[in-house]
Design a protein around this ligand. Structure first.
Ligand code: TXA
Ligand code: MG
Length: 342
């Protein structure tokens, strides 16, 4: 299959492919999504095949405005309050679903995740298709999410019907997923709409921590995610300590190709070519924006290991740490010290 690349002026063609049940990737304000008609079972099955995604990992359904959710889910007051505050924007809400939504879209759950993206191309595409669009991040399962059309093509060229090129997405981290079906609104995946922001509207919102032995509410969370080809290790400590620890490893292992994911503050001081700066510690938005393309950059450098500085904080930093933690599979410098000895 030839994957067509559309500009923002060719949305009619892209919408027509979607209406025919084909897959078209498109930009949102977070990452590129791999779109299909959310109510067309066969089209949705193609998403799972193209991504190599486990069938029990449900998809987010994208709508052009809050009112459109009535067709697919049972809404409530909290939903409309949050939609009013944060839509269009990087907030996904989980609601009880209606029967028109096929089982494949929700991974067999009786809930459905809905979101209205803040991106003119995405909104126009939904409008012209006239259907809600199911869209997971447009990467092969397990890989870093795409923040540019070129990343989508890296993973999906020849596999999907098209991609609309809208340049870099902006925020660069997926939406916050909030469960509105439990007693208290619960964050299942941290993202651009932070706990503090949610609490401003619903004071009882909480960050979801899965207790041991409890069933994972967001099935996607149990799978490997965002992984570059080389193993990634997080380095903890104060910023200066992190720098010293990474520097030691570069010096101790000159024969190894060790990639360094750095902040702007320390970037120039690492004596290696295998490095990239995510941005300044004082600007988490910049770090969020650059994270996934940085992970993909290390693939092109062909490094053997990646050591990453880490940041701490309460806002967007929570989402950044969540993604870094999962990209590393929970591994830290201690694991690196074992792994490098072979
Ligand atoms: O920013 C985003 O959310 C991007 C753009 C394209 O909109 N989409 C995205 O989709 O990140 P995906 O499929 O990569 O991640 C969806 C997450 C998964 O963790 C999935 O398990 C969770 O949302 N999810 C979807 N439906 C759910 C449901 N009914 N209940 C609980 N979690 C759900
Ligand atoms: Mg994803």
């Amino acid at each position: 299959m030839e994957t067509k690349v559309f500009t923002k002026d060719q949305l009619e063609e892209a919408a027509s492919l979607l209406k025919q049940g084909h897959l078209v990737a498109f930009p949102t304000e977070t990452v590129y999504g791999l779109g299909a008609d959310a109510l067309d079972e066969e089209a949705v099955l193609k998403i799972f095949a193209a991504k190599g995604r486990p069938a029990d990992n449900p998809l987010i359904v994208h709508v052009k405005e809050a009112g459109d959710v009535e067709e697919i889910a049972h809404t409530n007051k909290e939903f409309y309050l949050l939609a009013e505050a944060f839509w269009p924007g990087p907030l996904t809400m989980v609601l009880p679903r209606k029967d028109v939504v096929p089982d494949v879209t929700t991974g067999g759950l009786d809930t459905v995740a809905v979101r209205c993206p803040k991106n003119a191309i995405a909104l126009e595409l939904i409008k012209r298709t006239g259907r809600p669009l199911a869209a997971p991040s447009a990467n092969r399962s397990g890989r870093p999410s795409p923040t540019e059309a070129a990343h989508v093509l890296e993973d999906m060229n020849g596999i999907i019907a098209g991609v609309v090129d809208g340049g870099h997405t902006g925020l660069g981290l997926e939406s916050t997923v909030l469960d509105l079906t439990s007693e208290r609104p619960q964050i299942l995946r941290p993202g651009g709409v932070t706990l503090e922001m949610l609490k401003g509207v619903l004071p009882n919102a909480e960050s979801g921590k899965v207790a041991k032995g409890e069933k994972v509410k967001s099935p996607g969370l149990k799978y490997k995610h965002y992984a570059p080809k080389a193993p990634l290790y997080r380095v903890l400590g104060t910023p200066e300590e992190q720098f010293e620890l990474i520097l030691d490893q570069i010096k101790n292992h000159p024969e190894k190709r060790i990639g360094v994911m750095s902040t702007e503050e320390f970037f120039a001081r690492y004596p290696t070519d295998y490095k990239i700066s995510l941005g300044s510690r004082s600007n988490p938005l910049e770090i969020a924006t650059n994270l996934y393309s940085a992970l993909r950059y290390f693939d092109s450098l062909d490094v053997e290991f990646i050591l990453s500085e880490t940041i701490s904080g309460e806002g967007l930093e929570v989402a950044i740490n969540d993604r870094l933690n999962r990209a590393s599979g929970g591994k830290t410098l201690e694991d690196f010290l074992k792994d490098i000895r072979g």
